[in-house]
Ligand binder design. Structure first.
Ligand code: AOF
Ligand code: ZN
Length: 361
């Protein structure tokens, strides 16, 4: 891996692989164009799965002349929206450079190939942040453009693009969903006060963050004990989503009551009783159903099961200062997470709760 420092700034961009052009540095301007493409890609968040978030800007004479992003599943791809935007503004995209966060596709999927749209629009150069690991489009996008005489460079803001498309990248590479765990407990490590009927012990603002997280996943999973104790709805509330995440309950001993709330909400659910064999097969089956990010919300036994098999990719450990008179301990804390191969990357504040965020090393 080669490290390039951006001229005139402290920012470092990692550039990997072979560049179609020279080993030149990325200029500060180029970095800001790609940063803008990454920024507008966010507009598709919660709406594009199982496609990745993608952004594109067209640049002519050092100025952005048009912008596009993949807005929702089935909608235009980012490049096509940017070309359309230029046309709407009455500016010809001919001779411009496209900065795009993902290698342009070269296949007929839900939309025609972006490579063709770029060629037809007379784009002279394409700068790509990250290649597309999707087996149906891999590599051929860049090659097709190069064959058509378009100048292609790759790897600008690659790390940032990878982070933004993490569930998609993970799904392409491993053929299983990225597994995100959220666990709320108090400072002693208790997840429940058994002296009371089940109730939430974290703040309203924390709950809002949890719903944001739910809106950004394809499925939510809990074990039967959580259903029996809390009877959760397992839905996104307070945020507009087109489709509710798939609700999954692992219940090998048939403990869930037939009228449990998760069975009575909008959208699909999966109540896994006897038919379910191993977590690994479940994850592969979910991946086949285009589930790219799975949120595991508890309880401790279910989470430990995922951890034991090394299936946890991300972990939000939510810490509350509430005390419990009859505590129920999770057996999970920073140390156990670190020991199981997760690394703490940051601490967040979700209302009054502190959240420790871990990622698989
Ligand atoms: C692009 N630009 O903005 C996006 C791309 O089924 P489709 O037609 O929507 O194609 C989906 C695949 O295309 C997706 O899995 C990914 O490989 C790529 N996404 N490509 O050129 C875009 N969103
Ligand atoms: Zn495309």
């Amino acid at each position: 891996m080669l490290e390039y420092s951006v001229k005139g700034s402290m920012q470092h961009i990692f550039k990997e692989g072979v560049d179609a052009t020279s080993m030149s540095e990325w200029s500060e301007n180029e970095t800001s164009f790609m940063a803008r493409a990454l920024e507008i890609a966010e507009r598709g968040r919660t709406k594009v799965s199982p496609n990745p978030l993608v952004g594109c800007v067209l640049v002519k004479d050092g100025n952005i002349i048009a912008e596009g992003w993949h807005d929702h599943l089935g909608g235009l791809h980012a490049e096509q929206m940017a070309i359309h935007d230029a046309e709407e503004r009455g500016i010809s995209p001919n001779g411009s450079t496209a900065y795009v966060t993902l290698e342009p596709c070269n296949h007929f999927g839900r939309t025609p190939p972006c490579t063709e749209a770029l060629m037809w629009a007379g784009i002279k150069e394409v700068v790509i942040a990250h290649e597309d690991p999707n087996p149906t489009v891999r590599g051929q996008g860049s090659q097709t453009l190069i064959d058509a005489g378009i100048h292609v460079r790759n790897g600008l803001c690659k790390k940032e693009a990878h982070e933004q498309m993490l569930p998609f990248m993970h799904w392409c590479e491993h053929r299983r969903p990225l597994v995100t765990v959220k666990l709320a407990q108090n400072l002693e490590g208790s997840v429940d006060d058994r002296s009371e009927t089940s109730k939430r012990f974290t703040s309203e603002e924390c709950l809002r963050h949890v719903h944001e997280l739910r809106a950004d996943v394809d499925a939510i999973l809990v074990g039967a004990n959580t259903v029996v104790r809390d009877d959760p709805q397992l839905t996104v509330r307070g945020i507009n989503v087109k489709n509710q995440p798939l609700r999954i309950v692992i219940d090998p001993n048939g403990k869930c009551p037939p009228n449990a709330k998760f069975t009575q909400q909008q959208g699909d659910f999966l109540h896994l009783t006897t038919s379910f064999t191993s977590l690994e097969s479940l994850l592969h089956m979910l991946a086949d159903q285009n589930i790219q990010r799975l949120l595991v919300e508890g309880g401790p036994t279910t989470i430990q099961e995922f951890m034991k098999h090394g299936f946890v990719d991300e972990f939000y450990l939510v810490l509350s200062e509430e005390s419990h008179s009859e505590p129920f301990f999770s057996g999970i804390d920073e140390q156990t997470l670190t020991k199981s191969g997760l690394e703490k990357l940051k601490t967040l504040n979700w209302g009054i709760e502190e959240v420790h965020y871990f990622r698989k090393i």
